[in-house]
Design a protein around this ligand. Structure first.
Ligand SMILES: [Fe+2]
Length: 297
């Protein structure tokens, strides 16, 4: 597919139509060239992982067959476990998430460029209604499965290496996702797929240079192929974030109240978002964490 101009995302007429019509409404495939960037080659990613493994507060998570969850992120044992997981990626059963990679200056520049291009593709919808762009890397061993879950962001998942199939479910289908399900997920961390609806998952096979868009709260699960897989998530939080409202509603319901779902009252939603933000800020201060976000506008 020819490039209309140099950039990370293919911006031909059909891409513009798809992004404009389906962004945050329906999943769709798109073409990108991020896999050709040297900072997304395996040696650069391994170096980045080794650097982040030294940080004192966790910059993601690492799951292995021989799970080192009790090994503290930032400790010499953790650095060793991370390096060994990479060296034995075919057999280590690794699922590594590297969060906020845009805090590293060289990756921050890439995210800024992605934001500009995606904003153009969505005809400005990103800057109007979304904020806090995030860049996250997912590195995993062959045949690993990421369980069914939802995310609070609108995501552009870009495959960089290997193959995987993302099964996306319609987040507007009341058989699959209800407000109560989302309260439960954001309040207690649980959401499950009713097996009788498994076939409703639409498969999006990814290979390097292909990506899939996930609208906010569209459930998904991921099956890796026969090779190790590396994917980059470029994600954006809605300005009117529903996950904070669901989280507060979960706690209000446990107190015996019947809270309004998001969208019924802007004033009530705003108060719930402010409460959720306050709780998060206090937690960050207590943990001594840095703010992870870039400005979108
Ligand atoms: Fe996800």
């Amino acid at each position: 597919m020819p490039l209309a101009r140099a950039g990370y995302f293919v911006q031909d007429a059909s891409a513009h139509t798809r992004f404009k019509q389906q962004f945050n409404t329906k999943p769709f495939l798109f073409h990108h060239q991020l896999h050709l960037h040297e900072l997304f080659g395996i040696p650069a990613i391994k170096k980045l992982a080794a650097r982040l493994a030294k940080e004192k507060s966790p910059r993601g998570f690492l799951k292995l067959l021989n799970d080192p969850r009790r090994v503290q992120w930032g400790s010499p044992d953790f650095e060793k476990a991370m390096a060994e997981a990479f060296d034995n990626i075919d057999s280590s059963g690794m699922r590594l998430k590297l969060s906020y990679i845009h805090l590293e200056p060289e990756y921050g520049g890439i995210l800024q460029q992605c934001c500009r291009e995606l904003d153009e593709l969505t005809s400005g919808e990103l800057t109007r209604n979304f904020q806090n762009p995030l860049a996250t890397l997912f590195i995993s061993s062959p045949h690993e499965v990421t369980p069914y879950h939802v995310d609070s962001e609108a995501n552009f998942l870009c495959q960089l290496y290997g193959e995987k199939v993302v099964y996306l479910f319609d987040g507007k289908d009341p058989d699959l996702v209800t407000n109560r399900d989302l309260e439960q997920y954001w309040g207690a961390g649980h959401i499950s797929l009713n097996e009788k609806f498994r076939s409703r998952g639409v498969p999006f096979p990814l290979r390097p240079g292909l990506g899939v868009h996930h609208p906010v709260h569209f459930p998904h699960l991921v099956h890796n192929g026969r090779l190790p897989s590396v994917s980059l998530a470029v994600a954006f939080t809605p300005v009117l974030e529903p996950s904070d409202v669901f989280q507060i509603n979960y706690h209000l319901r446990r107190l015996g109240l019947r809270p309004k779902p998001p969208g019924e009252s802007q004033r009530v939603d705003a108060a719930k978002r402010a409460s959720a933000r306050l709780v998060r800020s206090v937690k960050k201060v207590v943990r001594g964490q840095r703010g992870p976000h870039l400005k979108l506008r």
